[in-house]
Design a protein around this ligand. Structure first.
Ligand code: GLN
Length: 308
């Protein structure tokens, strides 16, 4: 069977999606991120059949920020196991901002899901409490998933976030006071900031997400990275919690499980077919890439590849 060449489609989507640039705002609460050129746009798509298509700045490394939360979840599930982790983090959409503290106080330290900051900090704690070098372990996992060593930690971004990370520090201290943090607050936060500061390209991110589209197996190497049930569950969580308070609108417009980050990346999974990563640094008011969302909406519409 001939494989469709998606390059012309991606180029067409890039032209259209770029029209949103200028209407959003690059994240500036982490000063090192505010320096990124707002005009960047890259998109990569990897097929379970080994095909790969890119457009724009798809080979330029960007700050993955909350996309890391998918990989830390995989690592924590591997580290402490499914049942113990789900006792400490929920699986429901939060309906609040990614860095909100309100719910955490009223729900007694049980974060709604692993993809908001509070949940991710608990997930990072599960790794940190069992590892002398949680960040290196995470970096190793991401490299293995993507099949390349060209993935690094941008220490300047990590430092910048640590200097301005008052909300995350507040979340971590609240979790500690509520008995849902085992390691030292300082150690968990250091690991959290460094995992958010992982830098990699759209192409490598799409490759790293490909096992989620392929029942846990990296089609490029045949390596089994997780059981099919885990891949299915992570995709389900992305569908309901991957874009914070914007997840409902994203499902309405796009209809594909995805995870976003304030670096402007969105990675998406079409089970059985493709993994996609798009990067455009300007964000909407909820912290999701504006042009990135538009690009995925256009992709789903033009290919009819939404999961619905
Ligand atoms: N490092 C960011 C933070 O903790 C990650 C948030 C995000 O990408 N939504 O605020």
């Amino acid at each position: 069977m001939s494989r469709p060449d998606l390059t012309p489609l991606l180029d067409e989507i890039a032209v259209e999606a770029r029209k949103s640039i200028g209407r959003g705002k690059v994240a500036d609460y982490i000063p090192a991120l505010a320096r990124i050129s707002p005009g960047k746009f890259g998109m990569a798509i990897c097929g379970v059949d080994g095909t790969e298509f890119v457009t724009g700045d798809a080979d330029e490394a960007f700050s993955i920020q909350s996309l890391s939360k998918v990989f830390t979840l995989v690592l924590a599930l591997q580290t402490i196991g499914s049942a113990p982790l789900w006792k400490r983090v929920g699986r429901e959409p939060s309906g609040t901002a990614f860095n909100s503290l309100v719910q955490l106080e009223s729900e007694r330290g049980l974060p709604r899901n692993p993809f908001i900051n509070a949940g991710a900090i608990v997930v990072t704690d599960a790794i940190t409490a069992h590892s002398v070098s949680p960040t290196l372990q995470l970096l190793g996992l991401v490299r293995r998933f993507a099949g390349t060593d060209a993935i690094y930690i941008d220490e300047e971004v990590a430092r910048s976030e640590a200097e301005h990370g008052h909300r995350n520090a507040a979340i971590a201290h609240l979790l500690k006071s509520q008995g849902n943090l085992k390691a030292r607050v300082e150690d968990v936060l250091a690991a959290y900031y460094r995992q958010c500061a992982v830098a990699m390209s759209c192409r490598d991110m799409a490759r790293a997400f490909l096992p989620l589209a392929n029942g846990g197996v990296q089609p490029k190497t045949g390596e089994k990275l997780m059981v099919p049930l885990r891949a299915k569950r992570i995709n389900s969580l992305m569908l309901t919690c991957g874009l914070y308070d914007g997840v409902g609108n994203f499902a309405f417009r796009v209809g594909i499980p995805a995870k976003s980050g304030v670096g402007g990346g969105i990675a998406a999974v079409i089970p059985g077919k493709y993994a996609i990563c798009v990067w455009s640094p300007e964000l909407d008011g909820l912290g999701n890439s504006l042009a990135g969302t538009r690009a995925l909406e256009l992709f789903a519409r033009k290919t009819k590849l939404s999961i619905f």
